[in-house]
Design a protein around this ligand. Sequence first.
Ligand code: FAD
Length: 365
Amino acid sequence: MKAGRVLVVGAGFAGAVCARELADGGCNVTVLEQRDHIGGNAHDRLDDHGVRIHPYGPHIFHTNAQRVVDWLSRFTEWRPYEHRVLASIEGKLLPIPVNRTTINRLYGLSLDESGVEQFLNSVREARDPIRTSEDVVLAGVGRDLCDKFFRNYTRKQWGLDLSQLSAAVAARIPVRTNDDDRYFTDRFQAMPQPGYTPMFERMLDHPRIKVRTRAAYRPGEGDFAHVVYTGPIDAFFDHCFGKLPYRSLRFEHEHLGSEQFQTVGTVNYPNDFDFTRITEFKHLTGQAHAATSIVREYPQDQGDPYYPIPRPENESLYQRYKELAQQRHDVTFVGRLAQYRYYNMDQVVAASLTAAGRLLGRSDE
Ligand code: FAD
């Protein structure tokens, strides 16, 4: 592999990390990206009013993997940022994940931590086995909190009832008895100080990397020793077993004249409106600006593939594509779309470092 010519398809985290690692390892790398920019869904830019926005929805970096932090820190400085989310329920703005404040304010109580634990024990429903997201939520917070915070949000987000989604989806949502109102609890929570796109520019700035945007790859194209493919795995195989289902989103961006729109980065609307949430970017980026920009997210079936839909039948279909992929020793499939996994950015970086290390013949990968 050393010094070979490699084609990397996609300039998101998976593509950019692999490209940089392989170039550092001596390969000549061409990156093809079908969009007119790098960064994949983590791409950010200034809008027409000079506010830094995330065109593909809010991206908050958080991880427990020091290896990932160390690697990315070669290409960016960081700004500490802990994301906070409120849910609009019955006219109140309440912390999510559900914590002590949420329960006390929702029900007009003044419970201490052990009181909250007792309260949760009294409303939790025994579910055995835990198969679906509904089982997870009912076993975690009981029916009333489930219906107020999770059922309708899930229906909007996925177009499915909680009972139709794998347990793994709701397993991402913790419940707390204390007042910790951070959305994530990872050891490292920070945003690339100048933005994601400048970080990608530095990653791809290498004499052995050539990037072509507005360049869609078609399987079989070009003369390369190896292809690293980060697009949808079903598209690579011409959807021969049928299309893998993805959930898409429509983003409605708005610029507002006021300095601040809401008190936290994101407010969820589980039960009202067709959108799921509103994010105000300045909370995430720390940018000082006299005005502000927000985005509303409307989930939909059609459009760019954003979220692999975690259901058992989709996993089985993915496994059939994966078997085909395993026979292609000339292609490495890595990333959220190529592995049909609900990966966060840090997980994609870790998977990509491992994949590139294997290609370079590093024995510890
Ligand atoms: P992508 O970013 O999708 O990049 C793949 C790239 O390949 C794309 O640019 C695509 O155009 C290109 N491509 C595909 N096919 C072809 C082809 N045939 N030819 C050329 N180019 C091609 N993660 C977090 O850690 N924190 C968050 O807060 C967070 N928020 C998110 C919010 C939303 C709304 C979404 C959708 C995702 C969020 N994520 C978040 C997940 C994060 O976006 C992904 O983990 C990460 O972007 C995946 O990187 P990737 O390179 O695998 O895929």
